[in-house]
Design a protein around this ligand. Structure first.
Ligand SMILES: [Zn+2]
Length: 76
């Protein structure tokens, strides 16, 4: 049982380190293009609303454990 707890702690610490190194994931809406294309006029597009046109989104753990980076990937 103690071994399980140790493994869980190591995995948790590794996850936190991973969040610090790679705080962002790609935007699930625009797939990191930052654009949302129209369905009728193929050349028309607007900025993706989910990520503000950056294509970047904070990972869930970044928001939960570090208060988020406002989708910039920069910790303050
Ligand atoms: Zn997006």
């Amino acid at each position: 049982m103690a071994a399980l707890i140790v493994i869980a702690l190591i995995a948790g610490a590794g996850y936190l380190v991973s969040l610090r190194i790679h705080p962002l994931r790609r935007c699930p809406v625009c797939k990191m293009t930052g654009r949302h294309f129209g369905s009728v006029y193929k050349g028309s597009y607007r900025k993706c609303r989910a990520c503000g046109g950056t294509g970047r989104k904070d990972r869930l753990g970044v928001k939960v454990f570090f208060g988020g980076t406002n989708d910039t990937g920069i910790y303050r």
